[in-house]
Design a protein around this ligand. Structure first.
Ligand code: WTA
Length: 638
């Protein structure tokens, strides 16, 4: 008998589960969902159409996701570690929070939020370092039905302000600062800058982490620690979980698309819980007592689904790491694996490629024998990195799961199941039960059969599919359901090999994937264009050895005669200010004009080819307004 009855333990079981999930999706997911703690059972398992779009899973059902992540584990594994936390500085003590302790702290902080007048449906922005209090804050929101919007620590004040305004958040949870390697990020100061533009925020709760001096604004700001003390004097540590409908919003997470403004992807309580749990248990083959380490940040969807909600709802031990893979040295991940006897390691191809570059000395003296399963996420993994990971970290005995999914999908849609279905280097392989991928051509015609490539769409809803984009449902329809009517369009290209395995080839829209971070080219262009002297710009991706993709910017500048290398630095600085350091262009080429069609459309295809170093065969250039520009750009290529 396995730990979770729905854990697939053989290839035959996978085939059967997949078959059932296609023939009877509602029956299939109803069976899985029955394993959770519902306050009221749902009435209708699924209602949907992809035209509006409208998707409702388990409607009429009532639950609170934190009861599933915390309360229901207390009897059996209350003393088991829920969160193991490794600090940025290896000399500092690590922390372990048992399920009992985590439950206590979540209830306590939920009471803090209630003391501050928060109620179901309110939005809270969380901007915090990777410390247990971040997970506690997230879960405390969910406890009382408050919708969290976590913003990654690498975003600038302007990006935070945009997100806070879009969601009309009334409270911000942050810390004085964050440690990242040998750097300190002044989180509170960044929030102060952001809040100048955010009248909706009436309260800021600040956790002490780095002890960097901060300015606390009277009537608005208070310390986390003081708020906790207040709750303690009130005496009652319990906090009843808010009753949530399955389709009530759980959180908003902003992500980049092909337009300039990030979208607030909305996930709801029931379906998201069921699918993150199901995919966690099956893809990673989690077994009781395993220590599971996902190196992502909770500021991204991977952290939401596979540090917090998936693992905790499955009663797992989830390891949170505050630091970076290369500090104090490039052996940090392996040291953590050794120190905590990690069994499952889930990381990004960009991290693997970067660590590969430091050589094997950093792996050598580490005991990695506890590892049983390895995983990757966020971008296509090249074969070289795959083999390095397999040989040097997994020692050839750990299955690698290459998990394909998106912020919008909530959970892993295409991946092998560790040790159960076969891995294939650089291939995400097969869809999870309940997931119906198809490839289509430009016109949206389905491409049947194998050994074929096309645009990746999903033709049937799974429980954690995006429900809407916050405050603008039409935008959700436009972005995901309008390109190919009746289908969810992923924005990715893929090929299906002779055995039906999927290989994701990358984005087919104007979205870049830099070090596994999604960045819209239009967003970067908008930021560059804000620099005084810039007339216009065009941003494309190019292959980058470590980051996967690098950012190449073509900039038209008429700000007078300056030392162009200095202007270049200023432009980078502007992008960093407007979006954040993660969106800094790697290369800036100043040009006198951009290649445009007679109707004024920038021909990005040409710019992409040049950035990739493909100077010949630029394809059809007959519609170009001014072919001379292309020659100039080719000559000036960086
Ligand atoms: C890419 C991250 C290839 C893809 C969970 C997708 C991948 C985008 C893989 C979503 C993979 C993610 N192989 N490409 N295993 N996983 N991607 O929203 O282009 O940050 O559309 O979600 O990352 O990025 P997001």
């Amino acid at each position: 008998m396995s730990y979770h009855s729905y854990q697939i333990r053989s290839r035959e079981q996978y085939d059967l589960a997949y078959k059932k999930s296609i023939e009877d999706p509602e029956g299939f997911w109803a069976d899985v969902a029955s394993n959770f703690q519902w306050q009221r059972r749902w009435e209708k398992t699924l209602e949907w159409n992809f035209e509006e779009p409208k998707v409702r899973w388990f409607s009429g059902g009532q639950l609170n996701i934190t009861e599933n992540c915390l309360d229901r584990h207390l009897a059996e594994r209350g003393d088991q570690p829920a969160i193991v936390w490794e600090p940025n500085n290896p000399e500092e003590d690590y922390r372990v929070l048992s399920y009992k302790e985590l439950h206590f702290k979540v209830c306590q902080f939920a009471n803090v939020l209630k003391n501050n007048g928060l109620k179901k449906g309110d939005r809270v922005c969380i901007y915090m370092p990777m410390i247990p209090e971040l997970a506690i804050a997230v879960l405390a929101c969910a406890r009382i039905g408050v919708i969290h919007s976590v913003v990654f620590g690498g975003f600038s004040a302007q990006s935070i302000a945009d997100r806070i305004q879009d969601a009309q958040c009334c409270l911000v949870i942050t810390a004085d600062g964050a440690h990242r390697g040998n750097k300190e990020i002044p989180l509170k100061a960044v929030i102060d800058d952001a809040l100048v533009q955010c009248p909706s925020v009436r309260k800021v709760i600040v956790l002490t982490r780095t002890r960097v001096p901060v300015s606390m604004i009277k009537g608005r700001d208070s310390w986390w620690e003081d708020e906790i003390r207040k709750v303690e004097t009130q005496g009652n540590p319990a906090c009843t979980a808010e009753v949530m409908d399955a389709e009530d919003m759980l959180f908003i997470l902003y992500t980049s698309g092909s337009t300039g403004k990030p979208k607030g992807v909305v996930h709801t309580c029931g379906g998201y819980m069921v699918f993150t749990n199901y995919s966690f248990v099956n893809v990673f083959q989690y077994q009781p007592g395993d220590v599971y380490f996902c190196t992502a940040d909770i500021g991204w969807i991977t952290g939401h689904s596979y540090i917090v909600y998936g693992p905790l709802s499955a009663g797992a031990t989830t390891l949170m790491f505050e630091g970076i893979p290369t500090w104090p040295d490039a052996g940090r991940f392996w040291e953590i694996v050794d120190k905590f006897k990690v069994n499952i390691l889930y990381t990004a191809p960009t991290a693997i490629r970067s660590l590969m570059g430091f050589g094997l000395d950093f792996v050598k003296n580490k005991d990695l024998s506890s590892l049983r399963v390895l995983g990757t996420v966020g971008e296509p993994i090249n074969e070289e990195a795959w083999h390095w990971y397999d040989e040097n970290i997994g020692k050839g005995r750990c299955p690698i799961v290459d998990t394909w999914w998106q912020t919008e999908t909530g959970g892993i849609l295409i991946s092998n199941l560790a040790g159960i279905t076969p891995a294939k280097p650089a291939h995400a392989t097969l869809p999870l039960p309940g997931v119906q991928p198809i490839l289509v051509d430009e016109k949206g015609e389905e491409l049947k059969g194998n050994s074929i490539s096309g645009n990746l769409c999903i033709k049937f809803p799974w429980p954690s599919i995006i429900r809407t984009t916050y405050g603008d449902h039409e935008r959700c329809r436009q972005a995901y359901f309008a390109t190919y009517p009746g289908l969810y369009f992923t924005g990715d290209g893929a090929l299906r090999d002779e055995e039906g395995n999927y290989r994701i080839t990358g984005r087919v829209d104007d979205v870049l994937n830099v070090s596994g971070h999604r960045i819209g080219t239009a967003e970067v262009e908008n930021a560059i264009n804000m620099h005084t002297g810039v007339v216009e710009s065009a941003v494309v991706g190019y292959p980058h050895e470590i980051k996967g993709q690098g950012i190449y910017a073509y900039v038209v500048y008429n700000g007078g005669s300056h030392e162009m290398s200095l202007v270049s630095k200023d432009v980078v600085q502007t992008v960093s200010r407007i979006i954040g350091p993660i969106a800094k262009p790697d290369k800036i080429q100043f040009v006198s004009g951009l290649p445009k069609t007679r109707s004024g459309k920038i021909m990005r295809r040409i710019l992409r080819k040049i950035a990739e170093g493909e100077l010949e065969n630029l394809g059809d250039t007959s519609t170009l307004l001014d072919p001379a520009v292309v020659e100039e750009i080719k000559k000036g290529k960086l």
